[in-house]
Write a protein that binds this ligand. Structure first.
Ligand code: ZN
Length: 317
């Protein structure tokens, strides 16, 4: 709740705080040289302990971090390169070279101004559904559509570093949407090796945690998910596993029976996909504890990292 400025991500020099300070102290107080040497030996330069803090692998400290971290260590300074919505060229090499990943940032910040358009129904094979929705928001007004774009940008940066070619279904650059059928077709036309649709939920207070949504087996009208059910499940399981590990968040306590996995047949974005695809609801925006995480830039970086590691694991087999 102290995160009143969700977009406050001041660019900070990365990993440069400790060493200059250490050197300055050593120069001014020669008598402290021995202590400085001990300090450097223990963890000042070679141990990489700072990196370990930034890439948590232990889940034990994570649950308490949103409240405790805000007082002493502003976590918004940790996500080093704050991604900007630029379209950078794909890396020429890397383990994911030749792989195509489509990221689908759920909703669109402009949908609120185009309710008539997004309320028009589109066919999802099993029936008709609204073109798109506005999405939810935290109680303090941080919109899900802003969240999804931010995580998408961070995720794109991480995947491109691995050599993947990354495409977004929207980048806040459209007047509304795209509609859910077009979101699916963008992944299909790209012949994507993996597609992830990013969301945050709007459930009740006290309902917490993330869940990954897998396509159920649907064969109706233009929808036929049978060829992608198994591969999508594998993609989703890998993302769920790495999301737990990297973010320390628990699987949803209100759907999925504690597995963090839910199968659905009513989502057009999944029904119409012909390539492996999952949704992830990263948390519940309407729960204050989840919201404190979702509005933290440092946490969103962890979320992107967790999703990225799941995708990388899936694509590398
Ligand atoms: Zn959503």
């Amino acid at each position: 709740m102290s995160y009143v400025g969700p977009d406050f991500d001041p660019p900070q020099p990365r990993r440069s705080r400790r060493r200059p300070l250490t050197v300055a102290v050593a120069a001014l107080v020669p008598g402290a040289l021995l202590g400085w040497l001990v300090y450097e030996t223990v963890g000042g330069s070679g141990g990489g302990s700072e990196e370990a803090v930034g890439t948590p692998t232990s889940s034990s400290s994570a649950p308490a971090s949103p409240t405790t971290a805000s007082t002493s260590a502003p976590d918004d300074e940790k996500p080093s390169p704050v991604p900007t919505p630029k379209t950078s060229a794909p890396a020429v090499s890397g383990p994911l070279k030749g792989k195509v990943v489509v990221i689908d940032p759920g909703h669109n910040p402009n949908n609120f101004q185009h309710t008539a358009e997004i309320n028009k129904k589109v066919n999802i094979g099993t029936g008709w559904k609204e073109c798109d929705t506005t999405g939810t928001s935290t109680n303090s007004g941080y919109a899900e559509a802003e969240f999804t774009l931010d995580v998408a940008h961070r995720l794109r940066t991480l995947l491109e570093k691995q050599g993947a070619t990354v495409k977004l279904t929207q980048d806040g650059d459209r007047t509304f949407g795209p509609c859910i059928d077009e979101r699916a077709s963008i992944g299909n036309k790209a012949d994507a090796d993996a597609v992830v649709s990013i969301h945050a939920d709007g459930a009740g207070a006290g309902q917490r945690g993330f869940h990954v949504i897998l396509p159920g087996s649907v064969h109706s009208g233009s929808a036929d998910t049978r060829p992608i059910v198994a591969s999508s499940a594998e993609l989703g399981e890998r993302i769920a596993g790495s999301f737990v590990r990297v973010t320390g968040s628990a699987p949803s306590n209100y759907v999925g029976d504690g597995t963090g996995l839910v199968t659905r047949k009513d989502l057009g974005g999944l029904n119409l996909s012909t390539v492996p695809k999952v949704f992830i609801e990263c948390g519940n925006m309407r729960d204050s504890k989840d919201a404190a995480q979702l509005t933290s830039g440092a946490w969103r970086q962890k979320a992107a990292q967790g999703i990225s590691e799941g995708i990388v694991s899936f694509l590398r087999g």
